[in-house]
Structure formats: structure tokens, C-alpha cells
Design a protein around this ligand. Sequence first.
Ligand code: COA
Length: 208
Amino acid sequence: MISDAALRVTGGALESAPVAVDTQRVSVLARIGESFGLVRKALAALNARWHLRSATSLGQRVTLAGSPKVVNQGTMTFGERVRLDSTVAKLELVALPGGHLEIGNNVFINYGSSLVSSKHVKVGDDSLIGTHVMVMDCDFHRIEDKAWDTTGEEIVLEERVWLGNRSIVLKGVRIGHDSVVAAGSVVTKDVPPRCVVAGVPAKIVRTF
Ligand SMILES: CC(C)(COP(=O)(O)OP(=O)(O)OC[C@H]1O[C@@H](n2cnc3c(N)ncnc32)[C@H](O)[C@@H]1OP(=O)(O)O)[C@@H](O)C(=O)NCCC(=O)NCCS
């Protein structure tokens, strides 16, 4: 029997009554909760297998919520335990002809983000990419005549990089391990390891 926790006021003092916990019932509920969690993860893993079926390689335990836009005309590789969210807004993952979109292990990419590679975009292990982030290694058009031009310059995010919401990383940039790009920043130049960059164009505001 479960009895609710009760507090009785006796002679102006608070006295707590003993609480009997039905441990059998609690463990059954915990097991049901666990099973739901496992089912949800299994569905997210199946969802990833389906939507990322054009990927060149897909590691173990990749999960996906929602339905992304995936175009692989080059090479697209995912490490293990990658988590993708394409719920509130569509996630876009593109490898153009000759491009390699390389996502490392244990990377999280949030909704509305767009990662496009015409040469090589590498997202290092344990990195976090916020919502509505853009990472593109080419400009798509030439400045002078606006002609279509997907000549790319490699982008590398080293390990444990965090890109804040609505940040943009432009072609040719390397972001050092553990560094953080503040929300809304535009990164136009290399970022050393272990620093926070912010603003347009992004500048170092802190090191750690
Ligand atoms: C990166 C971040 C966490 C750093 O926050 P913080 O520790 O409070 O920042 P700091 O106090 O060290 O800021 C240092 C300087 O940078 C400036 N700065 C911080 N964030 C900025 C931004 N997004 N754009 C422009 N400047 C910014 C601050 O005004 C401060 O300038 P000052 O020294 O002239 O006063 C924060 O800027 C940020 O981007 N938060 C949102 C993260 C996000 O997108 N999360 C959800 C997705 S995962």
C-alpha cells in the first residue's frame, strides 16, 4: 500500500509521518518508463537509417528526430552516436559533387541548420551545433558576374566545438578544439583552440 507523505501539526510543531513506498510498483513503473525510452531511441535510430540511406557511411547508434533534407552527390559520412534534430525546422545536409560532409562521433546538430560541402566540411567529435546554423565551404556565386561557382575551401571544426544558434561559418575556416562561437556570429577567419568568438565578423572575446 502506498500512503501519501503527510505532515501533521501537533501542538504547533511540524511532525512528519512515516512514508511507506511500494517499491514493487515503483520498479514496475521505472521499467515501463525505461522501455518507452528504449522504443523511442530504436524508432529514432530507424528514422536515421531511413532518411540517411543515401549516406556513404553511417556509424552505430545514429539517431534522428523529424525529417531532414539530405542530398549526397559526393561523400557523406557519419560517425557513431550522432544525434540529429529536424523537428521545429528542417535540417539540411548536402554533399555536392566532389564534396565530403564528414560528421564525427557523438556530434549533435539541432534543427534548422544547414551544412553544405563542395570540398570538405569536417565536424569534429563531440561537437555541438545549435539551431539555424549555417556551415558552407563555398559561396555559390562569384562576386563580379554572379555566376554559379561552387569552388570550395575546406572548413574544419576540431573536437568539442560549440556553434551557437544562428551562427554562420564561412569557407576556409578552421575552428580550434573546444572553442565556442556565440549566437549570431559570422566566422570569417580561423579561430584558435579554447576561446569564445562573437560578433560580425567574429572576434575573440574570451579565452579559457
Ligand atoms: C557563447 C556564450 C554562451 C557566451 O556567453 P557569456 O559567457 O555570457 O559571454 P561573455 O560574458 O564572456 O561575453 C564576452 C563579450 O562578448 C560579447 N558577446 C557575448 N555574446 C555575444 C554575441 N552573441 N554576439 C556579440 N557579442 C557577444 C559580450 O557582450 C561581452 O562583451 P563586453 O566584454 O564588451 O561586455 C553566449 O554568447 C551565447 O552565444 N549564448 C547562446 C548559446 C546558444 O546559442 N545556445 C543554444 C544552442 S546550443
